[in-house]
Design a protein. Structure first.
Length: 351
């Protein structure tokens, strides 16, 4: 990937990002060996890649959003349910501000959070991420139609106690543009990099949030790479069986290669076991295999059980509390534990 597509910043912009004075930034640069090296020294001063600066500031515990993608090449593994639950528990139980970006054309995450009727109105008006990607395919000179402010849905979730989750909704029409994006013109000087489309659109709002969760399609195409482009790390929700875990090495290899092209790390935050049946020999053997393979990402200690109440949580149904939504027989506690462990894992990767 041509690094000219990454935004460049000077010391003044670094100070603005960190909300400190330029003197403080100069001191960091002089005294902290972790401070990124400039890619050029101009007459006006050194310039840096903004993504490297963001990661540095995160290590210094400055307020920078943790951006985590959720991905699995197999459908039906609880990827969307896990993403929604993490968003809702991070908000309600841990007081975090969360943005959920739905890149999956199945739109399951979108309809869980806002319902089909509201989604249909947004889709008809062009206020979904489909418009963002469609803009990239328009002929030169045609106006861009994507409107971030109108597309961003604030305060979503049918659970009344969840108040700080926002959403960028998906569309079924994304299916039609995925293949076309792969062959789009990259423009002069690689200015229209097809994997940079989401980054360019949302970078100004990312750090308004504590966590950004990106629900990726079950493939490694251009739309998924757009999600990984803005991500600091990724999790892999999976059922502990052979078919659901088979593609994990392929995901690791593709993400690693993409990160090498970016010259930026994308951390393997971990594997989240879903739909777990504790009486299943297959499930328990698979978990032991996953945990015993040091080439795979770490497996979260929290195991999400198979339960009717968790399956039902995929419907857009109003409730007062998360306990009502996810169930009283331990399911609420499981997701709260998962969210707590998720925070710990992500914080460790950011150090």
């Amino acid at each position: 990937m041509d690094q000219s597509s990454d935004e460049l910043v000077g010391l003044y912009e670094v100070a603005e990002m960190a909300r400190v004075s330029r003197t403080v930034v100069a001191n960091w640069r002089a005294r902290d060996p972790r401070f990124p090296r400039p890619i050029a020294d101009l007459r006006s001063g050194p310039v840096f890649r903004s993504t490297q600066i963001r990661r540095y500031l995160k290590r210094r515990k400055k307020h920078m959003a943790h951006v985590i993608a959720t991905i699995n090449l197999k459908g039906g593994v609880g990827k969307t349910t896990t993403t929604v639950a993490l968003a809702e528990f991070l908000s309600s139980e841990f007081g975090k501000k969360v943005l959920v970006i739905d890149l999956d054309p199945q739109t399951n995450l979108t309809t869980v959070l806002i319902g089909e009727e509201r989604w249909e109105k947004l889709n008809d008006a062009g206020y979904t991420l489909h418009t963002l990607f469609l803009d990239a395919l328009r002929a030169e000179g045609e106006p861009a139609l994507f409107d971030l402010d109108k597309t961003l849905q604030r305060g979503v979730s049918p659970v009344r106690e969840v108040r700080s989750v926002d959403l960028l909704p998906s569309s079924l029409d994304l299916i039609d543009v995925q293949d076309r994006l792969a062959s789009m013109s990259s423009g002069r000087f690689y200015s229209n990099n097809p994997t940079d489309l989401l980054w360019r659109a949302v970078k100004r709002i990312l750090d308004d949030y504590d966590y950004v969760l990106v629900d990726c399609p079950p493939n490694l195409g251009i739309v998924t790479l757009n999600g990984l482009r803005i991500a600091d790390g990724y999790i892999i929700p999976t059922i502990p069986d052979v078919l659901s875990t088979y593609g994990i090495p392929q995901i690791q290899g593709r993400v690693r290669a993409f990160a090498d092209d970016l010259q930026e790390p994308i951390a393997e935050v971990g594997i989240v076991v879903t739909k777990y049946r504790n009486q299943s020999t297959l499930h328990n053997n698979t978990i032991r295999r996953l945990r015993g393979d040091d080439k795979l990402p770490p497996v979260f200690d929290t195991l999400v059980p198979e339960a009717n109440s968790i399956a039902a949580s995929a419907e857009h149904a109003g409730t007062s509390t998360l306990r009502q939504k996810y169930g009283y027989a331990g399911q609420f506690d499981v997701f709260r534990d998962l969210a707590r462990e998720f925070i710990q894992q992500v914080d460790e990767e950011a150090v």
